[in-house]
Write a new protein. Structure first.
Length: 392
């Protein structure tokens, strides 16, 4: 997780754990070890009750936060999967340190990550959109440093726009997206993952091994909890925090990583066949591409690809089918119809989630249920923010 000091990384983690520490509408809860639980609870307590904000991560510290996704059922509690967030001190991004050991460790962590999370400071972003000098300085220094670190990776990138409560009501995500795409470094990251020179084209496709790029608007405290002052600082109003969308980033990780793995398998087979590069058809689905190299039916495709997937993606054929179907539905839907399509998918996804819940009797079935939860949340992102995906 990358973001300059003050971008909201510390508050984001504390709020995410607080909201997901008990099982609610999301369908799962997060557990951490005792030491990390105390720290995260302290962070949230400071956010909710103190006049000041929690201290940012100390320089030289690389904080590894391990969250276990668990499911509570009438039969008991089952562990489904685990996520590790590596939270880097903002200073490594904004100050040019000469600690080669630290930098090497940082680069190794980036290399081994499944997904990169980039925290975009919503208050600074708002200043940039308004044309204020502080916003320009943020783009030139802070945001540029984050983007420079991300440009050499093929991983999926999830840009989390923190402090969305400050932007909501003033600008839509589409408008914010367009402002970000006016920044050369940001636009270049998207262009390197696109087949179409027009990144606003709804048929834009990413057929390389590179992962998905998303914009995910979140608020760690909710609307009205804090007000931005003339100097850019945030003053608390005394209201209770009400985080929203805080669970969406964790839900996007697994589907996007699986898609990345499938694209990698397809491209490896393409290289083996020494196939000449041809014009990419805009309506070619993931199933279409898989059929070209791994079988003529869904059954034969899954029998071929399932054993080749990394161990963490050894899902049942039913789950793999549903994830690929979900990805294809996203690809085939015009941006203008995404809201309606996502609404239509919601009931189907809810029904499958309910069916999976009653079948939980092991960690394997708990994992399958958690995937149903994640897909429903990703669908929510598509439904509420149709311009959130920057590349496919």
């Amino acid at each position: 997780m990358l973001g300059p000091s003050g971008s909201g990384k510390t508050v984001f983690l504390g709020s995410m754990y607080h909201k997901l520490s008990t099982q609610g509408e999301s369908g799962f809860f997060l557990a951490v070890d005792d030491a990390q639980r105390k720290i995260l609870n302290q962070i949230y307590t400071e956010v909710a009750t103190e006049e000041t904000w929690p201290e940012p991560t100390q320089m030289t510290n690389i904080s590894n936060w391990k969250f276990t996704c668990k499911i509570q059922t009438p039969k008991g509690i089952y562990s489904a999967c685990q996520f590790q967030y590596t939270d880097y001190a903002g200073e490594i991004l904004t100050d040019h340190k000469d600690d080669t050991t630290y930098i090497e460790k940082f680069n190794e962590t980036i290399k081994n990550a499944d997904v990169l999370l980039g925290l975009i400071d919503g208050s600074r972003l708002l200043s940039y959109i308004k044309g204020e000098q502080s916003g320009t300085k943020w783009v030139v220094k802070d945001l540029a440093n984050v983007l420079n670190l991300m440009q050499n990776t093929d991983k999926s990138i999830h840009f989390i726009i923190s402090k969305w409560d400050l932007i909501e009501g003033k600008y839509t995500l589409e408008e914010v997206r367009n402002h970000l795409l006016e920044i050369d470094q940001f636009r270049n990251i998207i262009m390197t993952r696109s087949n179409n020179s027009d990144i606003n084209n709804e048929n834009n496709r990413n057929d390389h091994n590179k992962g998905v790029v998303r914009l995910i608007p979140v608020s760690s405290v909710g609307k009205g909890f804090a007000e931005q002052q003339s100097d850019g600082s945030m003053r608390k109003t005394g209201k209770l925090p009400k985080p929203y969308n805080i669970e969406l980033p964790i839900a996007c990780i697994l589907p996007d990583k699986l898609k990345e793995e499938l694209k990698k398998m397809i491209n490896e087979e393409k290289k083996k066949s020494q196939e000449q590069v041809k014009e990419v058809k805009a309506n070619l689905t993931l199933w279409d591409k898989l059929k070209k190299y791994f079988g003529t039916t869904a059954k034969t495709i899954l029998e071929t690809i399932a054993p080749k997937l990394p161990s963490q993606f050894q899902f049942s054929k039913e789950i793999l089918t549903d994830i690929i179907d979900f990805i294809d539905q996203e690809l085939q839907t015009s941006v203008y119809n995404k809201e309606a399509a996502a609404k239509e998918r919601t009931e189907q996804l809810k029904a499958k989630k309910a069916e999976a819940l009653v079948k939980i009797e092991s960690e394997k079935t708990a994992l399958e249920y958690s995937i149903r939860c994640f897909l429903l949340l990703v669908n929510k992102l598509e439904y509420e923010h149709t311009y959130s995906k920057l590349t496919n």
